[in-house]
Design a binder for this molecule. Structure first.
Ligand code: HEC
Length: 393
């Protein structure tokens, strides 16, 4: 009896942590912050919020080139500050990186440290936020990206990239005039098939990054409202990304936060969004794990499952780190709603992750679990949201 009570208490504890995520407060300041960088004194007036970023291993692990050392699979603690002046918003991201890696010239395949801020273009329904890394069909994201560069490429205007490789290759080609890239680059993305670069300076904002004593500080300053994105609703979701170029991988390893709420302190609205992003799931982790081993482990690898073939489906070992509860639930109830783009289609010849229907839409090969009772779904969500890498000190 005693043991039973203990187990219930323990899983109850995990339950109460599952889904809890940070919230960033943007403080209103007088004056114009439209172009402030990492060294601006304006930052002195705001407190940091700690955020944890998780190694994005969903598809990386299936990439045969990706050989990620264990120590890089830990989650990363970063710090954020946010300011707004009524017209512009500025964000500061600070993270530790013991090695400074910059992109030096046009043609070597060295990888650079970098960072990005990502915003969903439509966040009216938390149930339908875009796929966290680079958006998904009909659910676009605006991404502001800055890689540490010494001599970098001049981006072509309005380029449509067809693959991630093409996108990175283009960003590493020759340049004379590096002014644009120095400011960072802004994309609207609906998954890897649809990546459009925004060249309009007013819509893309300004980015900068500085490295000192093992710490990167990166900033983005942009208008709250542009034709691509409206952040004037009291609160909005954001996802933070850093890259460590030192880790040899197709583009350095990516660390990613889930969608986190940013509150414009002093503005009305956005409360419902913030509540949904910090909701906790009412489910039992231990039962969720049992259901996961029964129903999901044939295709997915995750902590505590017997290993299946690596290329059958995304690796879920970190999925709780960068997914909202709503996303986990939707993945189960309607697997084709968001189809995880995969970088390496050739690796899955025998097990395609999706097929194309007659209208050209992606259909997931994962079965939907809409027949499951609500309690079981919640237990599964509680279990998968508890799966995340341990954080570094
Ligand atoms: C027949 C194989 C198969 C089974 C069984 C299966 N899945 Fe999947 N799952 C996939 C494939 C393939 C994808 C990638 C395509 C997509 O996004 O639907 C996927 C994607 C996902 C994702 C999105 C992952 C990400 O990185 O964003 C989640 C979450 C998920 N599955 C959860 C589950 C859960 C929970 C179960 C069990 C209740 C389950 N899956 C059972 C094949 C499967």
């Amino acid at each position: 009896m005693k043991i039973l009570v203990k187990i219930i208490l323990l899983s109850g504890l995990i339950l109460s942590l599952a889904g809890a995520s940070e919230q960033i407060k943007a403080i209103k300041v007088p004056g114009n912050i439209g172009k402030i960088g990492p060294l601006s004194k304006a930052w002195l007036s705001v407190e940091y919020t700690d955020v944890i970023l998780y190694p994005h291993t969903t598809t990386k692990k299936i990439n045969p080139e990706a050989n990620i050392p264990e120590e890089n699979l830990k989650a990363k603690k970063v710090r954020v500050k946010a300011l707004y002046d009524g017209k512009n918003i500025s964000l500061l991201l600070e993270w530790k990186d013991s090695t400074k890696n910059t992109q030096k010239d046009c043609c070597t395949r060295t990888y650079a440290d970098g960072f990005a801020f990502q915003f969903p273009t439509d966040y009216s329904d938390v149930m339908k936020l875009p796929y966290i890394s680079m958006g998904s069909k009909d659910r676009s994201v605006v991404v502001h990206l800055r890689k540490a560069s010494e001599q970098v490429s001049k981006p072509k205007s309005n380029v449509h990239f067809h693959s991630l490789e093409e996108y990175y290759d283009t960003s590493y080609t020759t340049v004379q005039d590096n002014e644009d890239v120095e400011n960072g680059r802004t994309f609207v993305m609906e998954g890897f098939r649809s990546i459009v670069e925004i060249k309009d300076k007013n819509a893309s904002g300004v980015m900068d990054m500085v490295y000192k004593e093992g710490v990167w500080k990166g900033t983005l300053s942009r208008e709250l409202k542009t034709e691509y994105l409206d952040l004037e609703k009291g609160a909005f979701p954001i996802s933070l990304i850093t890259w460590d170029g030192n880790v040899s991988n197709s583009d350095g390893i990516e660390y990613l936060s889930p969608w986190i709420g940013v509150k414009l302190v002093g503005e009305r609205g956005g409360y419902e969004l913030l509540d949904s992003l910090t909701t906790q799931v009412d489910g039992y982790v231990a039962n969720g794990k049992r259901l996961a081993v029964e129903n999901c482990a044939a295709c997915h690898n995750f902590t505590g499952s017997a290993k299946t073939l690596v290329n059958m489906a995304p690796d879920l070992s970190n999925v709780g780190g960068y997914s909202t509860l709503q996303y986990l639930k939707e993945s189960m109830l309607d697997s084709s709603a968001v189809v995880v783009p995969n970088y390496n289609p050739t690796a899955e010849e025998d097990f395609p992750w999706y097929t194309l229907d007659e209208n050209g839409n992606l259909a997931s090969t994962m079965p939907s679990y809409h027949w499951m009772d609500e309690k079981s779904i919640n237990d599964l969500v509680a279990f998968f949201s508890s799966l995340k890498a341990q954080s570094e000190e």
